[in-house]
Ligand binder design. Structure first.
Ligand code: ADA
Length: 569
């Protein structure tokens, strides 16, 4: 996997990145014709990780495709095959045997095979990237839905067990960490119960050594609670990380941990007991020439550009980001908002059992994958879906309960656009509102009235103790379109003026816990929306990461934030 640090010292892993074969199954007859056994001869080469939309003539292809890679296995054992992210609904075969399936485009999935002999093998993946109102995302969204195997694929040889996850919980005495409790998820390749030696290292010091009993079906094992003293707290100013390494049998796994406590109180967000204001940006993890397959160097560059603008928080709109980017957030002290792609889903689909199950699974996969990232402080349950309907209320209640049940150390939030009719404020710890006065409707001056009304509405309904965040605001501009007529939409001046006005208002308002500019850079979007250039042009940089006037304005405005004044009262 693509990470900022080595995830395993012992695991014997090879990537399956590189050249694959691809066949676009426009008539969807591959299952009937058993493509998983007889891969079509008319296939073409593709270099993964990548998005197939960049193949000649496939820019708008949202259908079924088959992908294959042959590989030589030099050992003789089962393998653990992992895909970091593949679009839509996938089925996976090795040597013609179905291993299983997975739904969801942004989280990792893995399979354990039977014993593979030394020699050539082939993995075949059927990717179904069709969308309807029960998929996440739905077909009509404001970003380009790319298709393909766009994050890393790898396999590891398995002797007995694989540690697929570790979950670390911190115990606190006030704001002092006192202990860590560790749970691991084990995949057992033997068909019987096992006793395996296990050790745990905290920053290279062994803190546990013993045997653990693993059931034939594997599963979660609680390893114990271990005292931790005199550690530094993680924060944007001091993003101190500690390595935890677990060895079980022949396998090991490493995670980087940061000690920090996140709370919501008196309308503010507290980090280690101090009120912190989110000076944020919305960022899509996408690039006009790479789709979702963003090279690591570009993610790192984005992070440099973001931090240079005095931004302390990123909203990963609107889907789980890749682990590498989250590692960067951990290292750099960026506070991250992570969410599942429930984007403008309507009441009927929110009430649909298929969408319900998909969203619950995705929430679970996102939380379990990212459990130990200190940078993540919010789990978001939705964006601009119908949270003003009974269907929305039921599903968002369930999603929030699931998030809290899986992880009670973070805050649950959402971004609503029906702020005066929303029926879900009771489920979230932090209220996020998207609002576009001055762009889609009215003038920038309307923001003042909006804030008064919003606060009054929350107070009247008993939610004024919850932190309020403006999760989106912004305007479009074309890079290079400079103008003396500052009021002309799409000019750089118009965008910069609007953003400056709104930031000033929100930045200096103590009752606003955070603000997220929409958005980091221009992104390609769905043709259905008929936006100019087929891009969402509200980036404060263009798609090539060239700054518009608004970028410099954000940098200047955020630099003037007075942290001292923003204390809890
Ligand atoms: C919405 C949505 C964003 C984007 C934005 C816009 O609020 O959440 O994804 O589409 O509007 O640019 O209009």
């Amino acid at each position: 996997m693509n990470r900022t640090y080595e995830k395993h010292y012992l695991r014997d892993t090879k990537t399956l990145n590189g050249q694959w074969d691809i066949y676009f199954d426009e008539d969807n007859h591959g299952i009937d014709r058993e493509f998983y056994k007889n891969f079509p001869k008319a296939s073409k080469a593709i270099h993964n990780p990548s998005c197939w939309n960049f193949e000649e003539g496939r820019y708008e292809y949202d259908g079924v495709a088959w992908l294959r890679k042959k590989f030589y296995y030099s050992k003789c054992s089962p393998i653990y095959l992992s895909f970091e992210a593949v679009s839509g609904y996938k089925q996976v075969w090795v040597d013609g045997e179905l291993l299983g399936d997975h739904y969801g485009s942004f989280t990792e999935f893995s399979f354990l095979t039977n014993e593979l002999a030394t020699g050539m093998h082939e993995v075949v993946v059927r990717v179904d990237n069709r969308h309807d109102e029960t998929t996440m995302p739905r077909p009509f969204v404001d970003w380009k839905i790319w298709g393909g195997i766009y994050r890393s694929v790898q396999y590891s040889s398995v002797k007995d067990v694989i540690i697929s996850r570790m979950f670390i919980d911190v115990s606190w005495d006030g704001y002092e960490p006192t202990a860590i409790s560790i749970r691991v998820r084990i995949v057992n390749s033997c068909k019987h119960d096992l006793k395996v030696p296990c050790s745990i290292y905290f920053e290279d010091n062994e803190i546990f050594n013993g045997n653990v009993n693993v059931e034939d079906s594997g599963g979660d094992i609680y390893l114990g609670k271990f005292d931790i003293r005199n550690v530094e707290l993680w924060s944007p100013r001091n993003p101190k990380l500690y390595a935890v390494r677990i060895v079980c049998g022949d396998d090991d796994i490493i995670d980087k941990l940061g000690f920090r406590k996140v709370e919501a109180a008196k309308g503010k967000i507290l980090l280690n007991g101090q009120a912190v204001k989110m000076l944020g940006i919305n960022r899509h993890h996408t690039h006009h020439a790479h789709g979702f397959a963003i090279p690591a160097s570009l993610s790192k560059r984005d992070m440099d550009i973001i931090q240079n603008a005095n931004i302390n928080s990123i909203r990963g709109s609107h889907y789980p980001n890749e682990s590498f980017f989250l590692d960067l957030c951990d290292q750099r002290g960026i506070l991250f908002w992570e969410e599942i792609p429930l984007w403008q889903h309507q009441a009927k689909s929110l009430g649909d059992p298929v969408l319900r199950q998909r969203s619950l699974n995705m929430m679970k996969e996102m939380i379990e994958r990212d459990y130990n990232h200190p940078s993540i402080i919010f789990w978001s349950i939705q964006n601009e879906s119908r949270s003003d309907t009974p269907e929305g209320q039921k599903l968002f209640g369930e999603l929030s309960a699931l998030a809290k049940q899986l992880d009670d150390s973070r805050l649950v939030t959402m971004a609503t656009s029906c702020q005066y009719k929303d029926m879900c404020y009771g489920f979230v710890d932090v209220i996020g509102v998207n609002c576009y006065h001055g762009w889609y409707q009215g003038n920038k001056e309307d923001w003042m009235g909006e804030l008064v009304n919003l606060k009054a509405h929350l107070k009247d309904n008993g939610f004024d103790d919850k932190p309020l965040i403006i999760a989106e605001f912004g305007a479009s501009a074309f890079l290079g379109d400079r103008s003396f007529e500052r009021q002309r939409k799409y000019s750089e001046e118009f965008q910069a003026d609007l953003i400056e006005y709104i930031i000033k208002l929100l930045r200096d308002d103590d009752q606003i816990a955070g603000l997220y500019v929409w958005q980091y850079c221009d992104i390609r979007t769905a043709k259905l929306l008929e936006r100019p250039r087929c891009y969402n042009n509200k980036g404060i940089l263009d798609e090539n990461r060239k700054p518009k006037l608004a970028y410099h304005k954000v940098r200047e405005m955020f630099a003037l934030f007075d942290e001292q004044k923003y204390a809890i009262t």
